[in-house]
Design a protein around this ligand. Structure first.
Ligand code: AHG
Ligand code: MN
Ligand code: MN
Length: 339
């Protein structure tokens, strides 16, 4: 039997690996963990407390109905970042514009955080896994000034840390600072995240695919071909691949990280640029995927190399096990060369 390693111990032990190891990023990651424990508690009680279950009655910038828990989670994380002292500004799915924190301490903060406070929130009312996704950058504007839009619109390759918290059958926090991926499970008895999944690696391939197949006929022909391949591929085991689609990106991604698999959200006529948001959904999970040996692409471009032009920018998203993503890329290329 070995000693439990808590997230805080782990962060402190690894501090030397962080760029500019001054302890600021460690404190910031600890703040993320504390906010996520509070949100986890709200999520766990959502069915009991009627002021946090259901729709808020408003829509966000993207025209999506906000759930009450979306707003509760958004406010909780913002509060933590605003008063933590390490962050000069944030951007979130639930807010039209980015926020610059104008107090003197925050203006000295070296980091910005972009986040999706609750991913998969249409699943709240039906008690299905949801999560928080976050992406951390070093600011590009001078310390001491107000955060700017340029701090927010950085390429994914510039992320210094990224992660997610999955409010699933247990609550898990998974993160990377560019030195591999580690997963921690919240032990509710002691209120601590404990290292449960050290050095996570995504299997190179698997027989699980994940896509909203309602979109199949309106997807790129290369993607249609790949899904058809999965459905018809019976040679190895006598059965086709299995489809798995939770409808919470973070939960579908987590399954791929552990069991291997591919997640596809293509451009479709109703979302011609794709549905998922580059800055706070695609980039952080792309960073984790690559750190675990997987790939993330639009079908034409590595996700983390895209130069963002707007806060709520959407992109087509293909992420998962290396060999499976490569196969989709081949299908796309072949379909394009036929046309
Ligand atoms: P959010 O709840 O943060 O708005 O994100 C929802 C996203 C993502 O989590 C999920 O994979 C996708 O929307 C599901 O979309 P469809 O219902 O179109 O399949
Ligand atoms: Mn989301
Ligand atoms: Mn969301």
């Amino acid at each position: 039997m070995s000693k439990i390693t808590t997230l805080n111990e782990f962060i402190l032990d690894r501090q030397a690996e962080f760029p500019f190891a001054t302890g600021e990023l460690s404190r910031l990651l600890s703040d993320v963990a504390v906010a996520s424990k509070i949100v986890s508690n709200d999520v766990r009680r959502a069915g009991l407390v009627d002021h946090i279950l259901g729709a808020q009655g408003e829509t966000n910038i993207q025209g999506e109905e906000q759930q009450k828990l979306d707003v509760v989670a958004d406010e909780q994380f913002i509060k933590m970042f605003r008063f933590g002292g390490e962050v000069c500004g944030i951007a979130s799915e639930e807010n039209d514009d980015f926020m610059a924190f104008e107090d003197e301490q925050s203006k000295k903060g070296n980091y910005v955080v972009l986040f999706d406070p609750l991913d998969g929130s249409s699943n709240i009312d039906v008690n299905v896994s949801i999560g928080t996704i976050f992406s951390i950058y070093r600011r590009v504007s001078p310390a001491g000034s107000s955060a700017t839009i340029a701090d927010m619109l950085q390429e994914g390759v510039k992320q210094v840390a990224a992660g997610y918290v999955l409010y699933g059958s247990s609550t898990m926090l998974v993160y990377t600072t560019g030195h591999g991926v580690n997963g921690f499970t919240l032990d509710p008895a002691i209120g601590e995240y404990c290292l449960s999944h050290p050095n996570m690696k995504m299997p190179e391939t698997s027989r699980l695919y994940s896509m909203n197949e309602g979109n199949i006929d309106i997807s790129h022909p290369g993607i249609q071909e790949y899904i058809k391949y999965c459905q018809g591929e019976e040679k190895a085991t006598g059965r086709p691949y299995s489809g798995r689609y939770i409808g919470s990106l973070v939960a579908d991604f987590h399954r791929s990280l552990i069991k291997g698999g591919i997640y596809i959200y293509p451009a479709v006529p109703s979302s011609p640029k794709g549905k998922l948001r580059l800055l706070y959904e695609c980039n952080p999970l792309a960073f984790i995927a690559e750190q675990a040996g997987g790939l993330a692409t639009t079908g034409y471009e590595r996700i983390m190399e895209i130069k963002p032009t707007e806060l709520h920018q959407r992109v087509p998203y293909i992420v998962g096990s290396k060999k499976m993503v490569q196969q989709v890329l081949n299908c796309i290329q072949q379909a394009d060369s036929r046309n």
